[in-house]
Design a protein around this ligand. Structure first.
Ligand SMILES: [Mg+2]
Length: 121
């Protein structure tokens, strides 16, 4: 199984992702409701991939991703947001996020992104 960490202040999102991943080769091994928790947990969990919300209370997802990648340059982060502005996507890319999934998404969008990022294509 590929181990996924979900970072999102909405638990509904986590529930949706968990449902979409049922029966696949991916499983959520850690759910964090904010960036601070994600930064604290990452080193213990060492997931294969992190999905990262952008708008969250406290440190936002872009800042969390920046800090996480500074500490763990090999971390694979997929930003997951309804923010569709080009400069946000560009910033996510420049920070080192591997992909950007727009909310709302379906199972195909999700699996395509996870597969692409984890296969390194
Ligand atoms: Mg949010």
């Amino acid at each position: 199984m590929k181990r996924i960490m979900v970072v999102d202040d909405s638990q509904i999102l986590e529930t949706d992702v968990r449902r979409l991943l049922e029966g696949t080769e991916y499983e959520i091994v850690c759910y964090c409701q904010n960036g601070e928790t994600a930064l604290a947990m990452y080193g213990d969990v060492l997931p294969d991939l992190v999905t990262m919300d952008i708008i969250m209370p406290g440190i936002d997802g872009l800042e969390t991703a920046r800090t996480l990648l500074r500490r763990h340059p090999d971390a694979k982060i997929v930003m997951m947001s309804s923010l569709a502005y080009g400069d946000t996507i560009e910033e996510a890319r420049s920070i080192g996020a591997k992909d950007f999934i727009f909310k709302p998404f379906n199972q195909e969008h999700l699996l395509t992104s996870l597969e692409r990022v984890l296969s390194g294509v």
